[in-house]
Write a protein that binds this ligand. Structure first.
Ligand code: AMP
Ligand code: ZN
Length: 501
């Protein structure tokens, strides 16, 4: 019997707003798509929380013996500045400002993103497609929607006709928005507007003469709309209807609502059975975001060089911090919470080290009560994780297990009072949940911590030298670190980040 038959998973489906028992389309196989980053910037800690959530989801399903095809894209075109149909393309803008080719921007930030994912022990997806690699498919689906009369061309751009779609379907099914309200809200249409109605959204945008990312199409030179890329890439690799689609809560509207409309209109099928949305990482109750100026980078977190941080923290302590809350709740960043998480993480990892050294001799005079208690904890791990991936409750169970491990070490529980089967099950479950499901491992070597701490210290000294106008010292620190392969980058307001060459 496969584990997933024994431990059915329930999850909160954003489509119904309710907890539902998960059933995959193909037995034993799960297709999952998650919206990836727009690679024009370094990912901040908020982004990490979302990608961590879906790392946990895919890890747990795999742990339950499902085969998972996890597709997470790279957005390298089409995401405009205001998340709607206006403004400059985020990547094109960065390329213009830095006098780079857009693909240089994309490569640089994609590599940075991968490095951050590796630091946090977030597994790579099975497929990582990029929007620019799927222009042909995006043109094809646009033609399909035009043929069906659900889209219209206007001045070289193509827009989705939301009102027409809504005659036979429900636009707003995911976000719960009402089309009439949407018509009222937002910007007024002016005479220049190419759209027939405010809520219509772009499938294809005409490129202005200055727009650098452009492809030929039946409607002239242009570029695809942001929502369309996810519809194309998800259906290409997972089919017209697939199991799970995820992303941060802020993508529900308009991005995911538009994906549902396009997919349904193009194929006549419901594109996704379960929508999962993770909640935001906040700072003093406000969403962490680059534009609000309250975001910080993982490298600043490790080195403790950001003004919001009292010191540096390793990636595993941060991972633990994030797992202490349920993915559907907001999580507020604080130094105190990080400190507590670091302690908790060390305690748990200590128990991992202990149990790895323990072996049952095979001889036992079983104490039924102790044996039953350990078996109960094993079941509790599965129960809590299968209940909407409740990592917070699972951690609480793992702490109870750590206490029992310490009891075994101290002799308060004799290994011989446990049946060999119970002990093996207990050991494998504890290690499996900590390492494979939650992805917590021993923080690299202690040396890494010392190195990170030392770089942080040097950065602090360099900041002080700059404040004191001791520029020869600040330059020396920068140049000597560079010789050692550590590149310091000066940001706005005196902030400094670093990377290894
Ligand atoms: P972006 O590159 O801005 O499209 O964001 C990539 C992913 O990070 C999306 O799924 C966003 O929903 C998510 N995200 C952005 N800000 C936060 C935050 N403060 N907390 C959690 N997730 C976030
Ligand atoms: Zn997307």
């Amino acid at each position: 019997m496969k584990k997933f038959e024994r431990y059915p998973v329930s999850l909160t489906n954003s489509l119904s707003g309710k907890k539902e028992v998960f059933k995959s389309i193909n037995p034993g196989f799960i297709g999952m798509y998650v919206c990836g980053p727009t690679v024009y910037n370094n990912v901040h800690l908020g982004n990490v929380r979302t990608f961590l959530t879906f790392d946990i989801v895919s890890r747990y399903f795999r742990f339950l013996d499902y085969k998972v095809r996890y597709v997470r894209n790279i957005t390298d075109v089409g995401h405009l500045e205001n998340d709607a149909d206006e403004g400059e393309d985020k990547i094109a803008k960065k390329a213009r400002l830095e006098q780079l080719e857009p693909m240089e921007v994309v490569k640089h930030y994609t590599e940075g993103f991968h490095e951050v994912m590796r630091q946090f022990n977030i597994f790579p997806p099975s497929i990582e497609p990029s929007a620019t690699g799927h222009i042909v498919e995006q043109i094809e689906i646009t033609k399909n929607l035009l043929d069906k009369g659900l889209a219209y061309e206007s001045n070289g751009s193509v827009y989705f006709n939301v009102r027409k779609y809504n005659q036979d379907h429900h636009y707003g099914i995911l976000s719960g928005r009402n089309i009439e309200e949407l018509m009222e809200s937002g910007r007024e249409l002016d005479n220049q507007d190419e759209k027939r109605e405010k809520i219509d959204f772009a499938l294809w945008k005409k490129a202005s003469p200055y727009h650098i990312m452009r492809w030929p199409s039946p409607w002239g030179e242009g570029f695809p709309g942001w929502h369309l890329e996810c519809t194309v890439m998800s259906t290409k690799y997972l089919g017209e209807t697939f199991d799970i689609h995820g992303g941060g809560m802020d993508l529900k509207f308009p991005h995911h609502e538009c994906e549902i409309a396009q997919g349904t209109a193009a194929t006549g099928k419901t594109p996704v059975n379960y929508w999962l949305h993770s909640n935001m990482l906040t700072v003093n109750g406000q969403k962490m975001s680059k534009s609000l100026g309250n975001s910080f980078l993982p490298s600043e977190l490790f080195a403790g060089t950001h003004s919001l941080l009292d010191r540096g923290y390793g990636p595993m302590a941060v991972r633990f911090f994030m797992l202490q809350s349920h993915y559907s709740s907001t999580l507020d960043f604080s130094n105190e919470a990080l400190q507590a998480a670091e302690k908790g993480y060390k305690k748990l990892i200590n128990a991992v080290g202990l149990i790895k050294m323990m072996d049952h001799s095979g001889k036992a005079t079983t104490n039924a009560a102790v044996d039953a208690e350990l078996s109960r904890l094993v079941k509790e791990c599965y129960r809590t994780m299968s209940d909407d991936f409740n990592t917070a409750k699972t951690l609480a169970v793992l702490f109870e297990m750590s206490s029992r491990i310490n009891d075994i070490k101290s002799g308060a529980i004799q290994l011989t009072t446990l049946s060999p089967e119970t002990f093996t099950d207990f050991k494998n479950t504890f290690l499996g949940f900590v390492e494979q499901v939650l992805g917590l491992k021993e923080e690299q070597e202690q040396n890494d911590e010392i190195l990170i701490g030392t770089i942080g210290l040097l950065i602090d000294l360099r900041k002080k030298a700059k404040t004191d106008k001791n520029f020869s010292l600040s330059d020396k620190i920068r140049d000597d670190l560079k010789k050692l392969g550590v590149q310091i980058k000066d940001g706005k307001d005196g902030e400094m980040t670093y990377s290894f060459d």
